[in-house]
Design a protein around this ligand. Structure first.
Ligand SMILES: Cc1cc2nc3c(=O)[nH]c(=O)nc-3n(C[C@H](O)[C@H](O)[C@H](O)COP(=O)(O)OP(=O)(O)OC[C@H]3O[C@@H](n4cnc5c(N)ncnc54)[C@H](O)[C@@H]3O)c2cc1C
Length: 383
């Protein structure tokens, strides 16, 4: 399925491509925050300057409504944006989580003061945001979270621990889910706070992952006094606030195939160059992973056409997430077949271990399968 984009979308593509050509410094191509725990302050500031340039040109948060500094971009513009940024190897913003996950919650539930205070600085990368949702005993079952916030006078006093906090080491703000009413049913006693990470009593401890990098963190809260105006949305109704993610970023699923298909193409070239493609078993595996990449592209096209026809993507996004993480992990295995021991070094070496995280982050494989079983196939919940 190939879309003929309307002229205004092609005009947007041309305008963005020309702007990137004129403004993206060569030494930033292919750069990004990545696993940036050990990022040097100088590189962080160069990425921040790039973020500001994107923001000033109207390219930092295109899906946001115009009222909040976005372009109100529809799905086609979002897809084209991702394609052009990918083609130019342009770094994104410093707030991947903030722009797609946290901002929609602030727009939907924030006071005017919160919107004015946080959104412009988030868009320009002046502040960096992290999400404090998961805990050691609350991941897939997020509603069992235990971090406690007790209202005391004009403050909340927060105690507890969060974990797996991407960007927590760089963030100066955190969207934090806390339990404010321990007596209420699990989903009801939760609130959402916008927490200044420099407050006394907050300790961020880095976690080293299987890649040897330090990409995320544990965050400990000990008697942290958070001002009452940090509350986002109604008290005890933070569950609804937290679920307001991806409202303006429907393009995300439609873009998953971009990086994957690039890597598959790179591996096919290597397989041919090294003669590995002469082996029937390797050919079979290469064909299998190639097809998964194409299936993902078709799912993306289906998502786009559904959106255009007024059928917003629902639980189908779980199919795309599942196919994507399976394909990435299969690609890692096939790279081993093609490259032999070399697959354990350099960029393939890193990718091959990093891919393990993809079936956990953003909802595990088992959870995606449950969603597909119940909400798409109509199967009953397990008893
Ligand atoms: C790269 C990465 C970045 C992350 N960034 C953040 C972040 O910024 N902020 C944040 O708050 N969290 C973050 N997370 C955490 C992520 O959301 C959780 O890891 C995820 O929700 C799974 O929770 P868990 O690790 O506690 O595993 P658990 O929920 O304990 O699951 C353990 C195993 O049990 C299975 N399982 C659990 N429940 C069921 C069920 N009902 N049915 C069938 N199987 C089940 C799971 O599939 C899994 O295999 C990140 C994770 C990763 C990998």
């Amino acid at each position: 399925m190939d879309f003929t984009y309307p002229p205004e979308v092609e005009a947007f593509r041309a305008e963005l491509a020309a702007w990137l050509e004129a403004n993206l410094p060569d030494d930033l191509r292919g750069e990004g925050l990545g696993s940036s725990m050990e990022i040097e302050p100088e590189r962080l500031e160069r990425l921040r300057a790039w973020n500001r340039a994107l923001a000033d040109a109207g390219y930092a948060a295109i899906a946001w409504p115009v009222a909040y500094g976005g372009r109100g971009a529809g799905i086609l513009e979002q897809v084209v944006y991702a394609e052009e940024m990918h083609r130019a190897r342009a770094p994104g913003t410093l707030n991947p989580l903030g722009i797609s996950n946290i901002a929609p919650a602030i727009m939907a539930y924030g006071t005017e003061e919160q919107k004015l205070r946080f959104l412009p600085r988030m868009r320009r990368g002046d502040d960096i945001w992290c999400q404090g949702f998961s805990e050691p005993d609350a991941g897939s079952d997020l509603a069992s979270l235990q971090t406690r916030a007790e209202p005391v006078g004009d403050h909340f006093v927060v105690n507890g621990q969060k974990t797996w906090n991407t960007l927590g080491h760089l963030a100066n703000w955190c969207e934090l889910l806390v339990r404010t009413d321990p007596e209420a049913p699990r989903h009801r006693g939760i609130s959402c706070l916008l927490v200044d990470m420099t407050l006394p009593g907050i300790e961020v401890r880095p976690l080293r992952t299987i890649t040897g990098e330090r990409e995320f963190n544990e965050i400990f809260f000990t008697d942290v006094r958070v001002p009452a105006d940090a509350l986002l949305g109604p008290l005890h109704d933070g569950w609804r606030v937290a679920m307001t993610t991806l409202t303006y970023e429907r393009g995300t699923v439609a873009n998953l195939h971009l990086g994957l298909r690039d890597k598959i193409r790179r591996l096919l070239v290597e397989a041919t160059r090294r003669g590995a493609a002469d082996s029937p078993s390797v050919r079979l595996r290469l064909a299998e992973v190639y097809l998964q990449g194409e299936v993902l592209k078709l799912l993306a096209d289906r998502a786009v056409s559904g959106e255009l026809a007024g059928r917003p993507m629902g639980p189908e996004s779980s199919i795309a997430k599942l196919v994507w993480s399976d394909a990435e992990q299969l690609l890692g295995e096939v790279a081993g077949d093609v490259l032999g021991p070399e697959a354990n070094t350099g960029s393939w070496g890193r990718e091959r271990v990093y891919m393990r995280a993809l079936s956990i982050a953003g909802g595990t494989t088992q959870i995606q399968k449950s969603i597909i079983a119940q909400r798409i196939l109509g199967l009953p919940r397990p008893t």
